[in-house]
Design a protein around this ligand. Structure first.
Ligand SMILES: C[S@@+](CC[C@H](N)C(=O)[O-])C[C@H]1O[C@@H](n2cnc3c(N)ncnc32)[C@H](O)[C@@H]1O
Length: 320
């Protein structure tokens, strides 16, 4: 498949490769045949009053989500996966983890949870009355009593001790690990898309492409359909087409559809800037970034409220 020759269509058609629908996901879902999608992956609005959503009563929010999830399960293939990426709903300082309240919807639709992946990242709001939130989750479901696609090899990560050998038994002296790498586990440390991330657009909560690529590569095969009901800036479609899958998604806000279109076109012609999978996280200390040297220690070292600063210094080797 030569990517530059692919076109973006507005209506769902199994013979096309890319569907970008400007409208409600429920309307696009009506166009999608039963059991035709291999991976449904999305991050829905969290009902926290972001610029693209109206804050609803939690019961109404759950009802709306249930409608989309039910239709999504209708279009999911028997070997397929559905991944709902969510954080917390926050109301007057109380947090409600959305995965916990959405779980029963999936369970009642006869789906089985395969993983609750913790996506850890380091940038976000600084809280003063609770610890700052630095993870969200991806809840992954497949159909009950069905074989499902799970390709581990394309998403393996480097082993910690690749040179380790069995020290006893019939394999003594042989390397003990899988040379293709290890299972990435269910805690993923992937930078979120904040101000100086190479993929940042004006959308306030974009997926990093590498997060979705890991799901696409492990849960689909080439030529399969990937569908995102709450598409935003088109990340799920981009993760799909970069890996020779087909991508579809709906987005109500025209300005995000425009951004998605631009990004998809750039992905097709090879000019989209992305943070590559497996690129190590930026480490400001090993990069000798001067901002990592604290100017505060001398001034506050005698204050009893800041005894921990002495401990910081002891552990990081900084002079007090
Ligand atoms: C959390 S954002 C998703 C961002 C996306 N993951 C990305 O990488 O850009 C949720 C998106 O859903 C859109 N949205 C809200 N209600 C929708 C609906 N009923 N149908 C389709 N899109 C909707 C919002 O405008 C918003 O852009």
């Amino acid at each position: 498949m030569l990517k530059a020759t692919l076109h973006i269509s507005e209506k769902f058609d199994l013979n096309k490769h890319i569907i970008l629908y400007n409208g409600s996901c429920l309307d696009l879902l009506k166009q999608i045949p039963n059991k035709s999608i291999q991976l449904i992956v999305t991050s829905p609005p969290y009902n926290i009053g972001k610029e693209y959503e109206k804050k609803l009563g939690i019961d109404i929010y759950i009802k709306q989500q249930a409608e989309v999830i039910k239709e999504s399960v209708r279009v999911l293939s028997d070997t397929g996966s559905i991944c709902w990426q969510v954080g917390n709903y926050v109301n007057k300082g109380a947090i409600i983890p959305l995965d916990a309240i959405l779980y029963p919807i999936f369970q009642n639709l006869n789906l089985v949870m395969r993983n609750r992946i913790v996506w850890h990242f380091e940038h976000g709001l600084h809280c003063s009355k609770r610890f700052s939130g630095r993870y969200e989750t991806i809840i992954w479901f497949t159909k009950k009593n069905q074989e499902y696609v799970f390709n581990l090899d394309p998403v393996r990560v480097p082993q910690k001790y690749p040179a380790k050998k069995y020290f006893k038994g019939p394999k003594a002296g042989q390397y003990s690990c899988n040379p293709l790498g290890k299972n990435p586990g269910d805690v993923w440390d992937i930078p979120n898309v904040k101000s100086n991330h190479v993929e940042k657009t004006e959308h306030p909560c974009q997926f990093p492409i590498e997060l979705i690529e890991r799901l696409v590569l492990s849960m689909t095969n080439e030529g399969d359909w990937v569908f995102d009901p709450f598409l935003g800036t088109g990340t799920s479609i981009i993760a799909a087409i970069r890996n020779n899958r087909k991508g579809a998604g709906a987005e109500t806000e025209k300005r995000y559809v425009n951004i998605a279109q631009d990004r998809i076109e750039k992905a097709l012609n090879g000019t989209l800037k992305t943070r590559p999978m497996y690129k190590p996280k930026y480490d400001p200390k090993s990069d000798n970034n001067k901002l990592t040297i604290s100017p505060f220690y001398p001034q506050i070292k005698n204050s009893t409220n800041f005894n921990h600063i002495g401990l910081f210094a002891k552990h990081t080797g900084e002079a007090l």
